[in-house]
Write a protein that binds this ligand. Structure first.
Ligand SMILES: [Fe+2]
Length: 187
């Protein structure tokens, strides 16, 4: 079937779905490799959304809960952006990923309860969550780094680069939390 016929069919289908034909005309297509990378990135973002949701529940320190919740929101935006790309559209990135670390730095020190050995255990548990989250961010940031090199469209590379920057920022937010709470021994 000639390309022009395919475009006409897409325009008719989009008219039924209420999408402007111009959006269909601007739809991006992917090589097999690009499509496969986007699929992997989407899976990773889904895992991140789920993980930060669970970690926000499990964290003992309210400040850490807040950090995990905030990161989860950004991961949700990443998931949306990658899904939009998979649908052949360019996501609107705006200011997403530019999280303000200040909001998490106001509450210094530890929460009040529990005390003694229970506090020690609670902090150990939180430290584990932080370490695991940093490992995840490293992994995801690496996946974006590798993927960027495979995409033909410079604008898409820019989107992936922006998301990668946000993952590094998440790692930094968690690192800062650990450093403030004596959980991170510099080597
Ligand atoms: Fe992400």
């Amino acid at each position: 079937m000639p390309v022009s016929t395919l475009v006409e069919i897409e325009c008719m289908k989009s008219a039924v779905r209420g999408i402007l034909p111009t959006e269909v005309m601007n739809m991006m297509t992917w090589t097999q490799k690009e499509a496969s990378l986007l699929k992997d990135l989407k899976q990773q973002e889904q895992l991140c959304v789920e993980k930060y949701g669970q970690y926000a529940q499990r964290a003992n320190d309210p400040e850490l809960k807040q950090i995990f919740q905030s990161i989860q929101q950004t991961e949700q935006q990443h998931l949306q952006s990658v899904s939009t790309l998979m649908n052949g559209q360019m996501p609107q990135m705006g200011q997403q990923g530019q999280q303000n670390q200040q909001t998490h730095q106001k509450q210094n020190g530890h929460w009040q309860q529990p005390t003694g050995a229970a506090l020690q255990q609670a902090m150990e548990d939180d430290k584990f969550l932080c370490q695991d989250a940093i490992c995840t961010e490293k992994e995801v940031s690496g996946a974006y780094n590798v993927s960027i090199f495979e995409f033909r469209d410079p604008q898409v590379r820019q989107v992936l680069h922006q998301i990668q920057g946000a993952e590094q920022q998440h790692g930094e937010m968690i690192y800062q939390y650990m450093a403030r709470n004596g959980m991170y021994q510099a080597q």
